[in-house]
Ligand binder design. Structure first.
Ligand SMILES: *Cc1c(COP(=O)(O)O)cnc(C)c1O
Length: 471
């Protein structure tokens, strides 16, 4: 009773899988999306119950940055289990929560000095939204309750986070449950006219944001967006100049800036945080500049290297101070999650951050990223590839029915899924786990991938794209 077949049958009898039309798993090996039971994982590899291996080049939903079961993370967790498993963070504190908060405040852009813990990305987004509105209320501005966000953005699946999701597929069925957000066109450079630079395109697109801020500042608490890369929209990318302009405009209009770095934080873009790419900003009124920062930063995914669920929101002393008052003032932030700041999860995060100190990962990632680009460059002239784009350790290939003029495939053809299936079954004993977003094939491997693994990943991705785009 330990084969793939057994686990699949038992899973399908009781487990309702996330982000899935369950009928896609029906039909055994011929199912549109074959369900894959995984027995073990190590480094960049997953292994099923029949001994077949899969190179996990999407880091299991973007969490695994140093590879599965990294020995340092495993050792730190085992040691932590011998002293403290869990204690609630309401009224109590513990070493891992304190040490992690100290480290995160030191690593993130200046001014982010306070850490509020939660368990998953969506709840971090909820916290940032609630804190922002509550801040304005505590400061005597109860009308600032709205949010401005980007079309094609993604911030999670809970009701508040979904309300600021710009990807319709995830939200349209729940529209009646959602508060109304203000959506502005994205700086996404896939949409730039040929010959326009990324910087020019993103700069031009800012006029929509400026107009929305000018119109709605009095009722807007914050702008929330994914910095530089709109992940769930298909790894769409834009230029950091947009964030510089946005910071300056938020200052002018007295609106908070929330950066959702859940997918891109911790080195994925080539710097520790996507925010680290943004040039210094002009201070409102004066000609002085200061380093770019935000009012709230949401972190999760890579934070624990995919070991345990944990998220957090970092914010400023100015925000913190607006809640700090006599009990009777009723200004406290009463939000809580039972497992907030769980000691094991915080230890996994600390161990992950320690790994950054052990090597120059950004330099190593630059070399790996160059290999990825070189490996995928044969597709640059492919008639069914509209664009290859990359930022740090993310590379994405946009498959289209026709590249000139760009014509997408009908979504019913599920071309991305064809590539996915092809890659899984690529080698005799080993496949590659791509998990396309629609017709976008992307590579987001753990930082520990070897040059040989990069070659296998790129070759398989190219074969799979060729397969998926053939009639
Ligand atoms: C994944 C993700 C979220 C949601 O995180 P969950 O842990 O899935 O709730 C929010 N924002 C971004 C940018 C994400 O990539």
């Amino acid at each position: 009773m330990t084969s793939n077949q057994d686990w699949k049958a038992r899973s399908l009898a009781h487990v309702w899988h996330p982000c899935t039309q369950m009928q896609d798993h029906a039909g055994g090996d011929d199912a549109p999306i074959p369900l894959l039971p995984i027995a073990s994982a190590e480094g960049a590899w997953l292994q099923d119950f029949d001994g077949r291996r899969y190179l996990d080049v999407i880091g299991s939903w973007w969490t695994s940055i140093f590879g599965h079961r990294h020995p340092h993370v495993v050792a730190r967790l085992k040691a932590q289990l011998d002293s403290l498993d869990h204690v609630m963070l309401g009224g109590f504190t513990h070493a891992p929560a304190v040490e992690l908060a100290e480290k995160l405040c030191a690593l993130t852009p200046p001014g982010l000095n306070r850490v509020f813990y939660a368990c998953d990305g969506s709840s971090a987004v909820e916290i940032a939204l609630k804190m922002s509105v509550h801040y304005w209320r505590n400061c005597g501005n109860p009308n600032k309750t709205q949010f401005i966000t980007l079309e094609n953005g993604y911030h999670g699946e809970t009701l508040g986070a979904m309300a600021v999701d710009g990807v319709d597929a995830y939200r349209s069925d729940y529209a009646t449950l959602l508060m109304e957000a203000i959506f502005v066109p994205s700086p996404d450079c896939y949409d730039r006219t040929p010959g326009t630079s990324w910087e020019d395109h993103s700069r031009r697109q800012f006029k929509h944001m400026e107009a929305a801020l000018a119109q709605h500042a009095d009722t807007t608490a914050a702008v929330i967006l994914e910095p530089l890369i709109q992940g769930a929209a298909g790894m769409r990318m834009y230029h950091p100049v947009y964030l510089k302009l946005l910071r300056e405009a938020c200052d002018r209009h007295h609106v908070h800036l929330i950066l959702d770095e859940i997918a891109v934080g911790f080195g994925r873009t080539g710097r520790m945080f996507a925010a680290d790419w943004v040039d210094p900003v002009q201070n409102a009124g004066g000609d002085d500049t200061r380093p770019f920062s935000c009012d709230f930063m949401c972190l999760s995914k890579g934070l624990t290297n995919g070991t345990l669920p944990l998220s957090c929101v970092l914010t400023t002393d100015a925000v913190y101070d607006a809640f700090y008052d006599d009990h009777a003032s009723h200004k406290a932030f009463l939000h809580s999650h039972t497992y907030s700041g769980n000691p094991l999860a915080c230890t996994a995060a600390l161990a992950t951050l320690e790994l950054f100190e052990q090597d120059d990962w950004m330099a190593r990632n630059r070399r790996t990223a160059a290999l990825m680009w070189e490996g995928m460059s044969p597709l640059l002239q492919h008639p069914n590839v509209a664009e290859i784009r990359a930022q740090g350790m993310i590379l994405a290939v946009e498959m289209v029915a026709k590249s000139r003029p760009r014509t997408p495939y009908p979504s019913s053809e599920r071309r991305g899924l064809r590539a996915y299936r092809h890659a899984l079954s690529a080698g005799k004993n080993a496949g590659v786990l791509l998990r396309p977003l629609g017709d976008v094939i992307y590579l987001m491997p753990p930082y520990i991938v070897t040059p040989e693994e990069v070659t296998l990943m790129c070759q398989t991705a190219i074969d799979s794209i060729n397969h998926a785009t053939t009639a």
